[in-house]
Design a protein around this ligand. Structure first.
Ligand code: PRX
Length: 654
């Protein structure tokens, strides 16, 4: 255990396993060695403006060239000033004069099993038509279009159509409540609502239009609502306000040149829940965002033209924006898109999709991986996954034992794993192994991408030494960075730029190890302080997950008179294990043995499920309240996925 100074965070985790890329993988990669990575990293660090200037010219289409690469008036960055470009042009039109024009842009599979493929030419046509539909309803540059749709090609078409004409989209994940939609619509002054009659989810119909009707009753700025017929259920259509997608598309022209837009024209708003208070509308703009999404996609996924890339995230999240709707299309990739749940009609749906479509790259979240582990290996063993060559994760830290399972069971020990650390705010991946270059360690996001200058500081704003945890910041602007919080400049400054002046504060804790590898230690607010030692949640959780019986674990602090905080853990066990006092004792000893007496949990509660956000992150702040027996009032639970989990946890209190 390291000594604590200036509020640094102690690390109790050691991980010695190292997995270099195979020679074969490295030999085919664009960046195929650690030296090549380091050289590129150093080149960008030495002269970022020269590098991004070169890349922006090579990689983007410019209707009008920019005059200045970067203007940095902390905290406001502007990239490629004076230039005019268009995100949709770069994703679609740019491929139409190349041999990619007849390549599949999207291979879609609906939950009921319907399959549709759209080539770049076909997708371009649909996007142009829908862009004309929007124009026909009076949508102008800068207008906000609110999108609450199932994960079907039309969702992506709608986003691209907005980008084409300079409208700003605000995608709201089609699982949020009417209240959440109305809040976001009002905050953004949305003018148009897009939705569908319903969505398929685990064989059931989610009545999206019904939810939207309730939301629109409280969204006075919304003038029109366009409804996609996805399921065919009965819906009520309000005369003068609601129109069917297909009626409007039938009449729309397929001719819609992409609007030459200012580099800094807003592209989208995406609401993300702060740990407290109302959701923030994170704002991204045009040129810097698409360049970052494209470059990071190419670097991290080592993309080759013959690959099928499957990112399982819904377009309602930033991952679905950057690595479904934008980055891969800008790179001319083939994107697999799936509408529904991973366990419908059975727990092997993902493996079935991979086998049938011969998916080559799979990018998913630790919460999904932990669910697969819990469901059992039998579902995986039934399928041929030999088409896979690369795996990725995002959204939370991945516990080393879950990483090993992913590596062995899904990757057949041959696929590198890219553990990608980033945020809604960063626009694209910030830290990740480059799979042909950087040997991986289970649980580490390894190294920053070129152009990312991380800085880890303690409470006194001093850089912490290796093996000490502190607040993770980014010291220099990068093209994909957020440009603000919609309508709230003060909150933007206060949240990201005040505590550590001059640097972007990520809100996460991190450390580096002896090899300069980065380890994310969880959110700053989640740190547990035991007898003056600040412990990271992920380290305690990973120790628990390394026990055979444990599928998932969440660690939180609760007040303790003697130690300041005691450690309470919530544990989900695998199907065949029993939640006994014996097991409690064993888990306590296991953590003690793995990481030391200080991190030994004081309370262990078994639970069937953990409370999670709709994007799958464990909501530790709710667990903190339960562990300390304080009231729930005042807690924002609007992003909670399953309310019954909370009720159950409260009932189970000891
Ligand atoms: O805490 C980090 C965690 O997710 C946060 C960002 O969440 P969001 O804006 O919803 O974006 C998720 C998709 C990019 C981060 O501040 N996080 C994300 N990826 C990782 C991670 N934590 C550890 N390891 C990761 N790979």
């Amino acid at each position: 255990m390291s000594e604590n100074a200036s509020g640094q965070i102690d690390t109790v985790m050691t991980e010695d396993r190292l997995f270099p890329p195979s020679e074969e993988f490295a030999s085919k990669s664009a960046i195929g060695s650690m030296e090549a990575y380091q050289q590129l990293y150093d080149e960008v660090k030495a002269d970022p403006t020269a590098y991004w200037d070169k890349v922006a010219r090579e990689e983007l289409h410019w209707f009008k060239p920019y005059d200045t690469v970067l203007e940095w008036n902390n905290p406001l960055a502007k990239w490629f000033i004076g230039g005019r470009t268009n995100v949709s042009y770069n994703c679609l039109d740019a491929h139409l004069d190349t041999e990619r024009r007849n390549k599949a842009a999207i291979i879609f599979e609906g939950e009921p099993g319907d399959i549709r493929t759209l080539t770049y030419q076909q997708l371009h046509r649909e996007v142009c038509k829908f862009a004309n539909v929007l124009k026909g309803l009076g949508v102008k540059q800068g207008d906000v279009v609110s999108i609450y749709m199932p994960m079907t090609p039309e969702l992506l078409i709608a986003m691209q159509a907005c980008a084409r004409i300079g409208a700003v989209h605000s995608v709201i994940f089609a699982g949020f409540s009417a209240e959440a939609i109305a809040d976001r619509n009002n905050d953004a002054s949305a003018k148009i609502q897009l939705t569908a009659d319903a969505a398929w989810r685990r064989g059931k119909q989610l009545p999206l239009k019904e939810v939207v009707d309730e939301a629109l009753a409280k969204s006075p700025t919304v003038e029109k609502c366009i409804v996609l017929r996805r399921v065919g259920n009965e819906v009520s259509m309000q005369e003068g306000r609601d129109c069917w997608w297909h009626d409007l598309m039938d009449e729309a022209s397929a001719d819609c040149p992409a609007e030459p837009l200012d580099s800094e024209a807003p592209l989208f708003i995406l609401y993300t829940s702060g740990s407290t208070g109302k959701p923030k509308g994170i704002k991204h703009t045009t040129a810097g965002y698409i360049l970052w999404a494209k470059k990071t996609f190419e670097w991290v996924f080592d993309y080759r033209d013959e690959d099928i890339f499957w990112c399982t995230a819904d377009c309602g999240w930033i991952t679905g924006h950057s690595y479904v709707a934008y980055g891969p299309l800008a790179a001319g990739a083939t994107v697999m898109m799936y509408e529904g749940a991973p366990n419908w009609p059975a727990d092997d749906r993902f493996w079935d999709i991979i086998e049938r479509h011969k998916v080559n790259i799979l990018y998913t979240a630790p919460t999904a991986i932990r669910a697969f582990i819990k469901w059992g290996d039998g579902h995986v063993d039934k399928h041929d996954l030999s088409s896979l060559r690369l795996l990725g994760t995002v959204g939370e830290g991945i516990n080393p034992e879950a990483w090993m399972w992913y590596h062995e069971k899904i990757g057949g020990e041959r696929c590198p794993i890219v553990d990608t650390w980033w945020q809604t705010e960063t626009g694209g991946i910030m830290m990740s192994p480059l799979p042909g270059a950087i040997p991986t360690k289970p649980g580490s996001c390894t190294k920053p991408l070129p152009g990312v200058i991380p800085s880890i500081v303690d409470e006194e704003l001093q850089e912490v030494p290796q093996n000490h945890g502190g607040m993770l910041c980014v010291a220099q602007p990068w093209p994909g960075m957020l440009r603000g919080i919609w309508g709230d400049d003060e909150r933007f400054k206060e949240q990201y730029w005040t505590k550590v002046p001059g640097k972007y504060l990520t809100g996460d804790n991190a450390r580096t190890d002896d090899d300069g590898y980065y380890w994310i230690m969880g959110r700053i607010d989640d740190v547990i302080n035991v007898s003056g030692h600040r412990l990271s949640t992920i380290e305690v959780e990973s120790a628990l997950v390394s026990h055979d019986t444990v599928a998932e674990a969440a660690a939180v602090g609760r007040p303790d008179e003697i130690k300041g905080q005691a450690i309470a853990v919530f544990v989900t066990i695998k199907g065949d294990a029993q939640p006994t006092d014996e097991l409690r004792k064993e888990l306590r000893l296991h953590v003690r043995k793995e990481i030391g007496a200080l991190a030994q949990p004081d309370d262990i509660r078994f639970t069937g499920a953990l409370p999670k956000t709709r994007s799958g992150k464990i909501m530790r702040r709710l667990l903190r309240d339960i562990a300390s027996g304080t009231e729930q009032a005042g807690q924002d639970t609007s992003t909670l996925e399953d309310y019954s989990v909370l009720a159950k946890l409260r009932d189970d209190e000891e």
